[in-house]
Design a protein around this ligand. Structure first.
Ligand code: ANZ
Ligand code: ZN
Length: 805
């Protein structure tokens, strides 16, 4: 038997697979389709890390199994390549982002290929390719034409030293991540996408998809649907009133004061009435410096200022109550104002206790209303609606979800394809002029005014209005990273289409024709993307469904997520910590198959796991064992011709039985992403195959088939050694026999001339001949029988054997 030389066989098969295009998906084939998707990577300068490998391998195992089950599989890959790290690197080094991106994607591609993933490389997409972002721009214009893209003044994070607008993730503890300067808020016009128009459907349609429960919950929490009511409280001695949003209208009688968010427009309107204006103004200014997380942190002591001279009227009791401003009430939620019910709301209770405000109980322990006038004694929950009617309010549903800030003042993103004309105002760039390509610039530093570097290129900025032909200026904002990833799974179905983002025909084939259940069949990705990316792409998809441009209501039928890989000390891997494991080293030392197995074996797939270099040796030894068994099988090609007398003690029957069980286990475990237990069952099988004298070729082949999704190179090599002509990944997935899973062994009594002489355990499905051989070989039987062939043998199936001599 030749040595297991992973370097040789892995390179060899990767080249053959590529040449024979065995992983290429066929558009519109008659076979049933399976669309397996992983989140396409951001090609960072660090190269790929072992975390990418884990999620890619998991889906690779699943799609390899699907191919063997007869599906036409699409398993595509591409690059989500716009974004800050590349741009910041460009600023630092002066290199063009497109050149940096090219270098990084080349590295990633090489690394992915070295691990043997069965991607369809002919469908590779890159979000920074003008042929791709032409369609990202086109899709944006559809939002604009339907009124779902609009401009709005917003506060952005501004670093006064770097003179740059910062994304939220670049602000760490209120400071610029890069230079540490305290970040300011600056008002700027931004492009927005009206995702809130889809809030209701984004929430409701979660009922129709198969996402892990925690993913659905994360989506629901982010959307934050809340059923309640809006109620007006009038303000004494003014024509104004305060509108509040409450989920507890049953407690209106217990509202003993009110709170406005410090930004609330009424604060300024009530100035003439307010007698402590200086104090109020100071508090408003202090609030501005805080972010939402600081404001709503429950551990923080509550602060606030009363608007002295102002009283509101509780519409249930008609009593005057004080009005405060406090930062625990947020401007952006509900109406930006609350009725405070300290007896039944914890935050209000804390506040009232600190500032000595009245606390009035209105719901007793049995859930009945008290101190609530005509509603006394009623069930609180059922009285909600009646109380709303009584105080002249309205039932109302609100959402935590906000519209999506869709512009960045950066270079490395898709230019927003509109021009500004003095006469016609905002004019979309006509389809025939798309894409609006990013011009090459010399300096990627943003401008002093906070505009994107594009604003400095007057040749590019100054243009003609497509409508009136007059002087116009291009929009210099670019799109956020989330744009290209909101629809990439659609492009994969038809990646080279120059006339549409994808043809209706291909979309129907790959997503399905039933709007209620179609979409990508299985999407696996990181936990960090179960809110924003997932929600954004569901929003785009629903919008396109409304325009009849995609055939299904949801983009993904099934969504799972993986745990991250931590270093051996339990820390997150990052370049700055210097603890990133480079997969290239593992591939070269132990092989891609070992790396793949290790990453699947290391622990439950959905949980965070710690990397251990020493533990890699386990999967490697397992593969070496499998290799050696191959030698054994090859050496005795004709198992069936072996004399039965050499099949001692039933040991050769243990393998088919165990194999049958293992096929079932691996088949089911893959479906449930229990890759680690699938692998351990194959390890047990390999140990048994190693122990017995003979392994039947057909059994060994089945073993190779179930191993192939995990260790495709070795499985292919051994498969072909056995004389196969077609790839192991195209052979039909083995089935198991349910009846063989039952009790394996029975106790059989051995008699010699009618006298009980021994007992033995035998496989339940052993033939009479097997049982006879096994009984005759039994130690205590040999004493009586010796070498003389018996006259007669009587076998009572599953119970008794009588040897007559
Ligand atoms: C009175 C009340 C009594 C409330 C009670 C709760 C408990 P969810 O479920 O998250 O939607 N609220 C409303 N707008 C707010 C804002 N802008 N900032 C901070 N809090 C706000 O929460 C709705 C509840 O949160 C509302 O119901 C309101 O307090 C508060 F025993 O009204 B409630
Ligand atoms: Zn014009």
């Amino acid at each position: 038997m030749k040595d297991y030389d992973h370097k040789k066989i892995e390179k060899k098969w990767q080249a053959i697979w590529e040449k024979n295009k065995i992983y290429q998906a066929k558009d519109n084939s008659k076979k049933p389709k399976f669309y397996g998707l992983i989140e396409f990577p951001y090609p960072s300068g660090d190269g790929m890390h072992v975390g990418h490998i884990r999620s890619n391998t998991a889906m690779d195992v699943i799609v390899r199994k699907r191919r063997a089950e007869g599906y036409n599989v699409i398993y595509p890959i591409g690059w989500d390549a716009f974004g800050l790290p590349t741009e910041n690197y460009a600023i630092k080094t002066g290199q063009q982002p497109s050149i940096i991106t090219k270098k990084n994607t080349d590295t990633f591609r090489r690394q992915l290929k070295a691990v043997g993933f069965s991607f369809d490389w002919s469908r590779e997409v890159n979000t920074t390719d003008p042929k791709y972002y032409k369609w990202t721009q086109w899709l944006f214009l559809q939002f604009l034409k339907k009124g779902l893209a609009y401009k709005k003044k917003m506060f952005i994070n501004w670093c006064p030293k770097d003179k740059i607008g910062l994304a939220n993730e670049e602000v760490v503890a209120g400071c610029c991540e890069r230079c540490g300067t305290v970040v300011e808020k600056r008002e700027k016009e931004q492009w927005m996408l009206a995702i809130t128009k889809y809030a209701e459907r984004l929430d409701k349609d979660l009922d129709t998809v198969d996402y892990l429960p925690q993913i659905k919950l994360a989506q629901r929490n982010w959307i934050g649907k809340s059923n309640g009511a809006e109620i007006d409280f009038s303000i004494e001695k003014s024509g104004e009133s305060i509108k509040v949003f409450t989920t507890r209208s049953d407690t209106v009688y217990g509202a003993t004061y009110m709170v406005l968010s410090p930004e609330h427009e009424l604060v300024l309107k009530l100035k003439p009435q307010i007698t402590n204006w200086d104090k109020v103004m100071l508090y408003v200014l202090a609030t501005k410096a805080k972010n939402e997380i600081e404001r709503t942190n429950n551990d923080k002591e509550k602060t606030g200022v009363e608007l002295e001279g102002v009283k509101a009227i509780n519409p249930a009791t008609s009593e005057p109550i004080p009005v405060w401003i406090a930062d625990y009430v947020l401007a952006g939620y509900g109406t930006g104002a609350i009725m405070a019910v300290p007896a039944h709301d914890e935050r209000d209770f804390e506040f009232a206790t600190k500032f000595n405000l009245e606390i009035k109980l209105v719901v007793n322990e049995e859930g009945k209303l008290v101190n609530s006038g005509r509603f006394d004694g009623q069930d609180a929950e059922t009285a909600k609606k009646q109380i709303v009617n009584f105080v002249g309010g309205q039932m109302k549903t609100t959402f935590k979800l906000r519209d999506w800030v869709f512009s960045r003042q950066r270079y490395w993103g898709e230019p927003i394809p509109v021009v500004h004309c003095v006469k016609c105002r905002i004019v979309p760039v006509p389809d025939k002029d798309l894409p609006v390509e990013l011009p090459k610039v010399k300096n990627y530093q943003p401008t002093d005014s906070g505009e994107s570097p594009l604003a400095n290129i007057s040749k590019w900025v100054n243009t003609k209005c497509p409508k009136c032909g007059g002087k116009a200026k291009r929009e210099t904002d670019t799109m956020p990273n989330w744009a290209g990833s909101s629809w990439y799974y659609l492009r994969y179905t038809d990646p080279k289409n120059a006339k549409a983002f994808a043809s209706a025909k291909n979309l129907k084939y790959w997503l399905g024709t039933d709007p209620a259940v179609g979409g990508v069949d299985w999407y696996n990705g990181g936990n960090e993307h179960t809110t924003l990316h997932l929600l954004y792409s569901r929003f785009w998809h629903k919008f396109l469904y409304d325009l009849k441009l995609v055939p299904t209501r949801e983009p993904y039928m099934k969504r799972t997520s993986h745990g991250i890989i931590l270093d051996s000390k339990g820390d997150k891997m990052s370049k700055s910590r210097g603890n990133v494991i480079n997969p290239d080293v593992i591939v070269s030392t132990y092989g891609a198959d070992t790396l793949r197995l290790y990453e699947m074996f290391i622990g439950p797939f959905d949980q965070a796991i710690t990397w251990s270099e020493e533990a890699i040796i386990g999967p490697r030894r397992f593969l070496e064992k499998v290799w050696k068994i191959g030698g054994k099988v090859l050496a005795q090609k004709n198992f069936a011709a072996l004399p039965t007398s050499r099949l001692r003690h039933g040991q050769n029957f243990s393998v088919p039985k165990l194999l049958n069980k293992t096929i079932k286990k691996v088949t089911e475990d893959i479906e449930n992403m229990r890759f680690n237990t699938a692998i351990s069952s194959m390890m047990i099988l390999a140990t048994e195959m190693e122990r017995v004298e003979y392994v039947d070729k057909k059994d060994y082949k089945k073993f190779l088939q179930i191993l192939a999704p995990f260790a495709p190179h070795m499985a292919e090599e051994l498969w072909m050694d056995l004389g196969e002509a077609k790839s192991v990944s195209l052979a039909r997935w083995p089935k198991w026999d349910e009846s063989l899973l039952e009790d394996e062994e029975v106790k059989i009594v051995i008699q010699v001339n009618g006298k009980v002489r021994a007992e033995m355990m035998a496989l339940i499905d052993a033939t009479e001949e097997d049982i006879k051989q096994q009984a005759l070989a039994h130690e205590s039987v040999l004493k009586y029988v010796g070498d003389v062939p018996p006259q007669r043998v009587i076998y009572v199936k599953g119970r008794l054997i009588n040897i007559v001599i």
